[in-house]
Design a binder for this molecule. Structure first.
Ligand code: NDP
Length: 291
């Protein structure tokens, strides 16, 4: 059986088009457009690329987008001052700090400083707490994008056995919470998990967020499973996911490719989170995520 290959580019385009329509409606209603700011510390080329991509996508969706590039030696106090200014700026609905940041800066302090209403990455303790509690809030973009593609592909979630490989704050943990909220039975695996291949073979839904090229092999996959590959690994042979895609596609029911799978969904969801942040700040009645 050959898996259905989920077209993340097309899915992301669909979500972005939906957001653009809703941005136009927001503009009609509130006489302004949502504003997103990307903050980057230093001039790392990969960060440049990500930030430029996010800014372009925001503009294409009809939003205002700003980029702030700070010198690599920026102190925490200086970054805090920039965040405070944006927190107080009524035209700004969402902000994000491109990670990783230089060693003198703390990701924890940054996540604590950004107004939770403007935290479009969903990393603020308040928003992660809301996710745990099942309350509406900003949900981290990558796992939210995974839920979108699973739903659009019609993958049954309720009662499904899900295995999430990876327990990071930005992918693995929120991914598990979103799947639990949809009544999947979820196991989170990590580097100390014993007999990972056997565990993966139990999964109706397998989400790989590890950062190791093609670690998950075809014979780790349960026949008919939905395999979601979050990994982005630059190798000499090109961009690779965490899953050996060709092998896995022989066995799986659905699979996301790399590139062109989950990657494009992350930016699309950032736009949705920015729009939702603007709606919340404007007092619109909305609920988002899987609460
Ligand atoms: P982290 O490095 O923060 O987390 C990796 C996780 O994988 C950890 O929990 C780690 O376990 C686990 N792990 C590492 N080695 C193994 C192993 N041999 N067996 C089982 N588990 C293992 O990575 P991220 O969550 O930030 O990212 C994961 C991947 O997803 C990366 O390739 C990244 O580039 C990609 N990514 C893609 C995004 C997108 O837009 N598509 C967005 C974000 C990330 P432990 O906790 O024990 O160390």
């Amino acid at each position: 059986m050959a898996a259905i290959v989920i077209d993340g580019k097309a899915e992301a385009a669909a979500l972005r088009a939906e957001v653009a329509v809703d941005v136009a409606a927001f503009r009609e209603r509130h006489r302004r457009v949502p504003g997103l700011v990307g903050i980057q510390v230093g001039d790392d080329p990969a960060s440049e690329l990500y930030q430029a991509g996010k800014a372009r996508a925001a503009e294409e969706a009809g939003m205002i987008s700003r980029r702030i590039v700070l010198p690599i030696e920026t102190t925490q106090a200086e970054l805090d001052a920039v965040i405070d200014e944006l927190n107080a700026d009524d035209a700004i609905d969402g902000m994000l700090v491109q990670l990783p940041v230089p060693d003198q800066l703390s990701e924890v302090l940054i996540a604590n400083r950004i107004d939770p209403l403007k935290d479009v990455d969903g990393f603020a303790p308040v928003n992660l707490g809301r996710l745990v509690r099942g309350e509406p809030g900003s949900v981290p973009c990558t796992p939210a994008g995974v839920m979108w593609v699973l739903d659009r592909a019609g993958v049954p979630l309720e009662g499904a056995t899900a295995v999430v490989v990876g327990r990071s704050l930005i992918v693995g943990k929120p991914m598990a919470l979103l799947l639990i909220a949809r009544s999947a039975t979820v196991t989170v695996a990590h580097s100390r998990t014993k007999d990972l291949p056997a565990l993966c073979r139990t999964a109706d839904i397998l989400v790989a967020a590890v950062g190791r090229p093609e670690m998950i092999r075809g014979d780790w996959i349960k026949p008919g499973a939905a395999v979601v590959d979050v990994g982005i690994n630059r190798t000499d042979a090109g961009l690779r996911g965490d899953v050996a895609t060709a092998e896995a596609a022989e066995v799986a029911g659905w699979i996301t490719p790399v590139p062109g799978g989950v990657g494009p969904m992350t930016i699309a969801y950032l736009l949705k989170n920015t729009l939702d942040a603007a709606r919340r700040r404007a007092g619109d009645d909305i609920t988002t995520g899987d609460e």
